[in-house]
Design a protein around this ligand. Structure first.
Ligand code: SAM
Length: 207
């Protein structure tokens, strides 16, 4: 089933072999309740606890590809959720810090990932403010829809680093890739539309 999911992602245009290898390795069904496992290898988002979602595999692959990862790079993920995207990032060889607003989700994800042999740094807090403690980052990936680009995330990016963030209204967001240039300027690339649960917190949506 994992192979067939990888085939589907290739058909949809994902050609990053590291990302496809990671998705081909990770048992996504472990993130699903037993009665829902048949949904685990379909290319769709699915509800998890606390009214949140595990992202669609295509979205995970698309965002991860945009980061242009290299092993050993320090990456911040905002929105740990189930922990699936975090597994993909760790499989790609990065040093990951993942931050989640809802402590129950963070605790569940930490337990699951430990069981699977993945040990990124888990932080509970408001990722719209980034995570100053481990900054600066080679890349930042936001897995919730933001109303605007939080300044803290731009500030916590290294020169040459990418910030991948869906920005828009509560229903639909445009995927953006911001890159910090050596003179400190930010360049912006725009990709297609996606639909994420809202980024909450200080520089997110209020509720
Ligand atoms: N990356 C996740 C995965 O692989 O399952 C999917 C994340 S889900 C689409 C979005 C997550 O962002 C939710 O778990 C939500 O609680 C979290 N979130 C929303 N606002 C946040 C914030 N300000 N800081 C950290 N996490 C936030």
């Amino acid at each position: 089933m994992r192979k067939s999911l990888v085939r589907k992602l290739r058909e949809k245009g994902i050609d990053n072999e590291n990302v496809l290898d990671a998705i081909g390795k990770i048992p996504r069904h472990w993130f699903f309740d037993e009665i829902f496992v048949e949904h685990a290898y379909q290319d769709k988002a699915f509800p998890i606890a606390e009214g949140q979602t595990i992202s669609q595999p295509y979205t995970v692959a698309f965002q991860t590809d945009l980061l242009e990862l290299k092993p050993g790079k320090k990456i911040l993920e905002i929105g740990t959720g189930s922990g699936y995207q975090a597994c993909v990032l760790v499989e790609c060889g990065v040093d990951l810090v993942t931050i989640e607003y809802k402590d129950k989700l963070s605790r569940l994800a930490k337990k699951m990932l430990k069981h699977m042999g993945y040990e990124p740094k888990f932080i509970i807090g408001d990722g719209s403010l980034g995570c100053d403690k481990f900054a600066p980052y080679d890349g930042i990936i936001v897995t919730a829809g933001a109303p605007t680009v939080p300044q803290a995330l731009v500030d916590q990016l290294k020169i040459g680093g990418h910030l991948i963030i869906p920005v828009g209204d509560r229903k639909m967001q445009k995927m953006l890739r911001l890159t910090k240039q050596s003179n400190g300027n930010i360049t912006k690339e725009e990709f297609s539309n996606f639909s994420f649960v809202p980024l909450l917190g200080n520089d997110g949506w209020s509720k």
